[in-house]
Ligand binder design. Structure first.
Ligand SMILES: [Ca+2]
Ligand SMILES: [Ca+2]
Length: 87
């Protein structure tokens, strides 16, 4: 019976003899990290001084080197010159 497959004698949840997903092979390939930074400067009032600066950093990580990204992280940092002193 299939129910007997998961019953063990020495635990609540015994490990099955087979796995549903293939094991990861961590001996092949090398990881790769690609970081892209896009900066946008905006002069809202047209006085020639930058009022808003936005920096978007995109990080793409291929952990196992198979060419398919495994982790994608995007961070946006925005700075406002509220008092108009240019800083
Ligand atoms: Ca300005
Ligand atoms: Ca990958």
């Amino acid at each position: 019976m299939n129910g007997d497959l998961f019953r063990g004698t020495d635990g609540v949840a015994p490990r099955p003899a087979w796995w549903l997903t293939a094991q990861m092979d961590d001996t092949k390939g090398t990881g790769e990290i690609d970081i892209t930074v896009d900066t946008e400067l905006v002069d809202v009032d047209g006085d020639g001084l930058v009022d808003v600066a936005r920096e978007v950093t995109t990080t793409v990580v291929d952990v196992d080197g198979d060419g398919v990204p495994d982790i994608i992280e995007q961070t946006t940092t925005t700075a406002y010159d509220i008092d108009g002193d240019g800083v």
